[in-house]
Design a protein around this ligand. Structure first.
Ligand code: ATP
Length: 379
């Protein structure tokens, strides 16, 4: 079992009221555990409380209530420089008048490390981030290079935990992708715990071992990228991570986790119920990802359908009509009407001759999905 490196227990942060405004509850009763050596993301939209959570772990803010433990020790009142963590800020916060080398050596010298040793450790850290322009000033560096200096400055102190606040936010897409890869390899080489704040769901899904999805100060769901993507517990999480269809209907019957949902007067679909206590007769929302839906031409054979849908024991089959088809290179994205009033997005990968058999608007199709891929949301 992995060791817990950082633990938040019912942590709340309220900023006091200012100028007649109401107090802000930036973080609301968050409890989570981050394991040693883990690459952990705090993910959510602007203002959801990610940065405040990170700043409390770093020691720049104290919780209003609740407790933070780092390596089993409560850190209340411990100043940032006495915590075994280091922070990389979005704006890098480099000293403009110092060279790259001086920027990286600075923290060590402040800690009383001898100049010679500070220098050799700084060179080593800069080597780790593959930067050799040691005598340049920050303004003579590109955004990506400045980012590397900020990383080296944090790594040089050998922290047990590195806190990163949208560290790639200022970089263009190509550089961002390259730095993502470098951060991932650096993290696995060094075995340092990374806590990574981002609002970019793709970044969190590709880079991190586990993700806490935050909204309005709360950690709504914590899990691996595939858990968060495949089994979102709430509408917010399903919507924030990737594209999702939300189908409204009335829950008309259940059998264990199997649920039947009426979407209009004539049509019933099936889905999986996470909360078996959901009451029958109420309005529910079914979430299903566009790539989990399969189409075949009306009158066609299921044996020709892509994927494993033919062998799937529990599946929904419903007739539909193509409303819109949009070829987007690797995929084709369809809007398909099922039943009388429901539209769903379906995505098909374009491989082989698939492009030739693209469905056209107006065409009748059969729409299938495995019921395990359609989930009745409880929130
Ligand atoms: P972003 O991605 O935009 O940085 P975030 O998820 O990191 O957002 P926080 O910076 O943690 O969000 O802010 C959460 C909430 O707390 C926001 O409503 C913000 O305005 C408020 N807040 C943050 N810091 C303070 C402060 N020092 N005083 C008052 N309110 C604050």
């Amino acid at each position: 079992m992995a060791q817990v490196g950082i633990e938040l227990k019912n942590v709340t942060k309220e900023f006091p009221a200012r100028g007649g405004e109401a107090p802000v509850r930036a973080v609301d009763d968050v409890s989570l555990q981050i394991y040693e050596g883990e690459f952990f993301a705090l993910l959510g939209p602007s203002g959801c409380g990610k940065t405040t959570t990170l700043r409390m772990i770093a020691g720049f803010e104290e919780p209003t209530s609740g407790e933070i433990l780092i390596r089993g020790k409560a850190v209340q009142g411990v100043p940032p420089f006495h915590r075994p963590v280091n922070t990389v800020f979005q704006d890098y916060a480099l000293f403009p008048h110092m060279t790259v080398l001086q920027n990286v050596m600075f923290g060590l010298e402040m800690d009383g490390v001898r100049k010679e040793e500070a220098k050799s450790r700084a060179v080593e850290a800069l080597d780790m981030v593959r930067l050799n322009q040691l005598d340049r000033k920050p303004r003579q560096l590109s955004g990506g290079q400045q980012q590397r200096v900020a990383l080296a400055r944090a790594l040089v102190k050998h922290p047990a935990v590195l806190l990163l606040d949208e560290p790639l936010g200022a970089l263009d897409l190509k550089l961002r992708k390259a730095m993502q890869y470098e951060l991932m390899s650096m993290q696995s080489e060094l075995g340092i715990t990374f806590v990574y704040v981002t609002h970019d769901q793709e970044e969190a899904l590709t880079m991190c071992d586990r993700i806490a999805v935050m909204d309005h100060g709360q950690a709504l769901q914590v899990g691996t990228p595939s858990e968060i993507y495949e089994t979102p517990h709430s509408r917010f999480v399903a919507d924030f991570i990737g594209e999702t269809n939300f189908i409204a209907g009335i829950l008309i019957s259940t059998n264990g986790k199997a649920a039947s949902i009426k979407i209009d007067e004539k049509n019933v679909i099936e889905a999986t119920l996470d909360d078996i206590n959901t009451s029958v007769g109420g309005e529910v929302t079914v979430a299903i990802r566009p790539e989990k839906i399969t189409l075949i031409p009306e009158g066609g054979s299921l044996a020709d359908a892509p994927g494993d849908i033919e062998r799937e024991p529990h599946k929904t089959a419903i007739s539909g009509q193509i409303v819109f088809a949009n070829y987007i290179g690797t995929d084709t994205r369809y809007i398909v009407r099922i039943g009388e009033k429901t539209e769903v997005v379906v995505r098909f990968q374009n491989f082989g001759a698939r492009f030739e058999t693209m469905y056209k608007p107006g065409q009748q199709v059969m729409v299938y999905w495995a019921n395990s891929n359609a989930r009745v949301l409880v929130q």
